[in-house]
Write a protein that binds this ligand. Structure first.
Ligand code: TMP
Length: 208
């Protein structure tokens, strides 16, 4: 049996991660692979409960530190109960967001710093990292247009933060991709869904 893989999709709101994750899963299944689609925050029973605590309610519900800890707690459960067991049985695990979202949103935009977030990940998830992280990138103007058409579900506690916050997230993602060129691939998320899926596939082809 070929080895399992762990792939994460990252990017700001409205970049089309969820759509592309579904499409990538379909293509990989078509090639006979065992594929598990998952997401963060969430992906295990406990982490889905934490997701509600994180994404519902007023913006000021959590301090920055508590927010980072809750994401790390959800991730620890997700890794231990869902991701690791699946990769160990040989599956391809595709996750809509992972550690890099915490590094960009809480570490970068929220100002906690990446070292604090990495320390939580070391403790919670023993530094578990994806084999490949795809950063879906979109010019700010195009993101704005897409978000205007998004349903109410899209406006969660964190997604609803202001434009400066989201610009901080985008800048932090860019820096992370620069720092780890081995793990990251940037994928241009503009154009048709088919075009983006072709780029996504090209960015993981070497792992197949
Ligand atoms: P999504 O389902 O739209 O991706 O919503 C998840 C929200 O949570 C999104 O606004 C990004 C945010 N988030 C963080 O701030 N830190 C994290 O570690 C993760 C996984 C998500």
């Amino acid at each position: 049996m070929p080895p399992g893989r762990f792939i994460s999709l990252e990017g700001g709101e409205g970049a089309g991660k969820s759509t592309q994750l579904r499409r990538l899963a379909e293509v990989l299944r078509g090639r006979g692979l065992d594929v598990l689609e998952t997401r963060e925050p969430g992906g295990s029973e406990g982490a889905e409960l934490i997701r509600r605590l994180l994404l519902e309610g007023p913006e000021e519900r959590w301090t920055a530190e508590a927010e980072a800890l809750l994401f790390a707690a959800a991730r620890a459960d997700h890794v231990a109960r869902t991701i690791r067991p699946a990769v160990e049985r040989g599956a391809w695990v595709l996750s809509d967001r992972f550690l890099d979202s915490s590094l960009a949103y809480q570490g970068g935009a929220l100002g906690l710093g990446t070292e604090a977030i990495r320390a939580l990940h070391r403790f919670g998830s023993r530094d578990y990292l994806p084999d490949r992280t795809l950063l879906l990138t979109l010019p700010a103007k195009e993101t704005e247009q897409r978000l205007r058409f998004r349903d109410a579900d899209g406006a969660d506690r964190i997604g609803a933060r202001d434009a400066a916050f989201h610009a901080g997230v985008a800048a932090a993602f860019e820096q992370l991709a620069d720092e780890e060129p081995g793990r990251f691939r940037r994928v241009d998320a503009s154009g048709s869904a088919d075009d983006v899926t072709a780029r996504v596939l090209a960015a993981i082809e070497d792992l197949l």
